[in-house]
Design a protein around this ligand. Structure first.
Ligand SMILES: [Zn+2]
Ligand SMILES: [Zn+2]
Ligand SMILES: [Zn+2]
Length: 256
């Protein structure tokens, strides 16, 4: 992870910083250089003026080119579905979840992984960030066809802690969810879709992903991980199905 600094005084900044903790100067992230720049008045590495994301009042500190037709930054635009405008409780959780999503995206950029948005390519990356407590039915966390769905209600610490203990998952944070689900996205996008030798190698390491997922799920929740799983898997959940093995391993790779 890179060291960020205030563009005015050079004091270290967090990835989420909206203003400097030392001099108070407002700042935003220039995504082309992954550095903090001043608000307003900054230009990108091509000299194009940058403006703050329209969701800055909701805590988003990313920027976009002033000549871009959108008003929201790349990260915010990746959110395809969000809570209704009058659901302020869910919107506050959306803002909190946005931090984890931006941290995910910076990590992916650091790893040199492509992020092709859903509005440019079929099966491109999108996020449906919805709340199971909005009264519009359950929200199932998962990945399908490029779309990562996250339950914003899980950003409630108490609920997350309760689930974490119940499900025996030590790294059940919002960032952990994102990193796991994006693992499913990349396995599908970079390994399964192109097929070829990479898919054969992947099956050798993680197993054959064509195994029945429903059967694996039932088996896992009925009898748990096999004895001695620690020697061959990164987590108990990874033992369930080759897809989960890949996603858990991919998430762990991003954590370290
Ligand atoms: Zn400063
Ligand atoms: Zn934004
Ligand atoms: Zn999974």
């Amino acid at each position: 992870m890179r060291l960020l600094r205030c563009p005015s005084c050079g004091f270290p900044a967090w990835l989420e910083s909206l203003e400097c903790r030392a001099c108070g100067a407002p700042m935003m992230l220039a995504t082309s250089t992954l550095s903090m720049v001043e608000v307003p008045g900054a230009v990108d590495d091509h000299g194009t003026p940058l403006v703050a994301c329209v969701n800055r009042s909701w805590g988003c500190n990313w920027s976009l080119r002033a000549d871009h037709p959108a008003t929201a930054c790349f990260s915010c635009r990746l959110t395809r579905r969000r809570p209704d405008a009058d659901d302020t409780v869910a919107l506050e959780r959306l803002a909190e979840t946005g931090k984890a999503k931006r941290r995910l995206l910076v990590g992916l950029a650091d790893l040199g992984l492509p992020v092709e948005p859903y509005w440019l390519v079929d099966g491109g990356l999108a996020f449906d960030l919805l709340s199971s407590q909005s009264g519009q039915g359950p929200v199932v966390i998962g990945h399908a066809g490029g779309v990562i769905t996250i339950d914003l209600a899980e950003s409630l610490d108490a609920l997350r802690e309760q689930l974490r203990v119940t499900l025996g998952e030590p790294y059940r944070t919002m960032l952990g969810h994102f990193r796991h689900e994006v693992g499913h996205y990349y396995q599908w996008q970079l390994v399964e879709r192109p097929a070829g030798s990479l898919l054969d190698e992947c099956r050798e390491v993680f197993g054959d992903e064509r195994a029945s997922y429903a059967d694996a799920l039932n088996r896992h929740y009925a009898s748990g991980a096999p004895a001695g799983w620690e020697t061959g898997f990164i987590s108990e959940y990874a033992t369930m199905h080759p897809w989960e093995d890949f996603a858990e391993t991919f998430a762990h790779y991003q954590h370290i």
